[in-house]
Every structure is written in C-alpha cells, then in structure tokens.
Ligand binder design. Structure first.
Ligand code: BG6
Length: 303
C-alpha cells in the first residue's frame, strides 16, 4: 500500500536539520531534500527515485525531463528509476508494465541519516497482493542512497519467501550532459553487447563509445567501471559498481524522443543513460532468506 502520510507527517518523523527534510516536490509528491556538507540532492518516495545530486563545485549531475509526469502510477523521466523485477518488456506478459512495477509506485521512507559529511536516505517496498498479480514472489527491496562527494546507490533485495526466485534489476541512471555529440564513454572496449536497436544482435565494442544515432546496448560480463567524458561540460563522470555484471547504454535519439510524451523533442541531446544492472543472462537467482546488494558509485572529475 502507498503511504498516506503527507510530506509534513513524514518530515516530523524522519526530517533532520542539516541532513534531509521531507517536503512537497513536483506534483505535490513527497521528496527528501538532502543537504550534506559537500552536496545537495533529492529523492522522491515515488519509485525511491534519486532525481538530483549536486556535489560541491559541480553543476547538476542527473538529467530530469522538463516534461516528466509527476503522478503515482507513472515513472519519473530522468533521475535514477529502479527497474525491477524485470527489465524492458515482460516476455511472458506483454500487458505488464515495462521495466517492472516498482518505479511507478510509492515506496516507504525508512530513515535519513547523517554519516560524517554524507547523508544516507533509505526507502523500501515489499511484495503485497498487488505485486503478486504481476509477480508471485515475496520480497523486500531497499534503495539506500548516500549523497556526498560521491553518490552511492545500494539496491538491496531480500527473498522473504519460501521458494527460490530470479529477478532482473537496473539503476537506470540518466546523466545530464552538455551535448550528446561531445560525449565519449570509456571502459567498454572489447566487451560483447546486445544491440537492441537491431533485434539484440550480438556485437563487440571497439574503443570508446560515441553516440551518433539511437543507442540501446546491453553490455555483458561487465563488472568494470565506465567513464562518461563530457567535452561540453568539461567533466568526467565515473560509474563504478559492485554485484552488477551488465551495463546498459541508452539514448533515444530524435525519432524515439519525439514519440515519447514525457521527453521534450530536443532533450535527448542533453542526456545519456549508463545503467548499472543485472539483466538477461545476468539475472540474479536468489534462494529463500538470501540478500543481494547491487551498488553503483558515481563520482565527478573536473577537467
Ligand atoms: C532502456 C531500455 O533501459 O530504457 C530501452 O534499454 C528503453 O529499450 C528505455 O526504451 C526507456 O524505457 P522507458 O520504459 O522508461 O520508456
């Protein structure tokens, strides 16, 4: 069940001066506005979605669409939506929502904690009669985001049922870039990937990746760090990870962007997704009672 508590109720319970306050965000939706010693940030209860992170000395790192819908039942366009328990379309149920069902639902706030200079916001969601209509498993999913010089996101999944389960997950991170034509992505050289724009054709990455057309690629066997080099904003963004063996790179380019009601026609020029994930052959098998924590750590390096 979605929490019926207002932003003010939640702030009384969890708000902490100098760490994070719960306030009404876009569409009146509750969000945690984080003020850490070296960064500010925002995280909505809708989808447990981090929508902003500004480390000291840097402009906003995450992209957020000006046309995003702000309503329970719709995913936010931009920030870091969480895809779970499947990625993309559900092969067995074409009517099921793309990228699973947790990105468009209200999660519950668990804590806002100051840890040294950093602030950690923790939100969770669990299986219920609604989720079981789409996926039979019992689970508890926690998204813990630590805002500081780095942005650390830990997606912790627990199998709370009596049967083994298998799930896919992605931290679908939208980076704000100055100009997509001046973006290069390093760290994928030599890796195999599935090109979703060509029916999942398997290809091999050669050298740095530049984006000059619709790009929707699932890189496999990639525990590696990726680096986004942004020539226009003169910064590099490093994405390192733990317990993630796939990386998705996505940009819709012109035609797809035009067809999306929650993305401005030109906004594709100012975004690039590098997604820390476990999808396809890297879906996670989780025995009863076990936990799995996928982590994504983001750093900005100024040139
Ligand atoms: C990417 C997928 O992760 O998300 C793409 O690889 C998809 O295929 C994109 O188009 C956006 O998905 P959605 O459901 O948020 O429009």
């Amino acid at each position: 069940m979605a929490s019926r508590e207002t932003a003010a109720d939640l702030d009384r319970k969890f708000g902490a001066v100098g760490a994070g306050r719960v306030v009404e965000g876009n569409g009146g939706l509750p969000k945690v506005a984080v003020t850490a010693a070296n960064a500010t940030g925002e995280m909505y209860l809708l989808g447990a979605e981090v929508t902003s992170w500004k480390p000291e000395g840097s402009e906003e790192v995450l992209f957020l669409s000006a046309l995003s819908k702000w309503a329970p039942g719709s995913a936010i366009r931009g920030g870091v939506p969480i895809c779970f328990p499947w990625f993309g379309n559900n092969a067995e149920n074409p009517k099921a929502p793309a990228h699973g069902f947790v990105r468009a639902k209200a999660w519950q706030l668990e804590s806002i904690q100051k840890k040294g200079d950093d602030v950690t916001v923790s939100m969770f969601t669990t299986s219920d009669s609604d989720t079981k209509k789409l996926w039979p498993a019992d689970f508890r999913l926690v998204q813990r985001a630590t805002f500081g010089h780095e942005l650390l996101m830990e997606l912790e999944m627990t199998n709370t049922g009596a049967s083994p389960l298998r799930f896919e997950a992605a931290l679908h991170t939208y980076f704000r870039v100055g100009d997509i034509s001046q973006v290069r992505i390093r760290g994928l050289d030599g890796l195999h990937y599935l090109d979703k724009t060509e029916g999942n054709r398997e290809k091999t990455q050669r050298g740095e990746l530049t984006i000059a057309a619709e790009t929707d690629s699932v890189y496999l066997d990639t525990p590696h760090t990726a680096e986004l080099i942004d020539g226009a904003l003169r910064r590099r963004i490093e994405v390192s990870k733990e317990n993630s063996l796939a990386t998705v790179v996505w940009n819709p380019w012109t035609a797809k962007a035009k067809a999306m009601s929650d993305l401005g026609d030109d906004e594709w020029k100012r975004m690039a997704c590098i997604e820390t994930c476990n999808v396809g052959k890297h879906a996670v098998d989780l025995p009863p009672g076990q936990k799995h924590a996928m982590k994504s750590r983001i750093q900005v390096i100024r040139d």
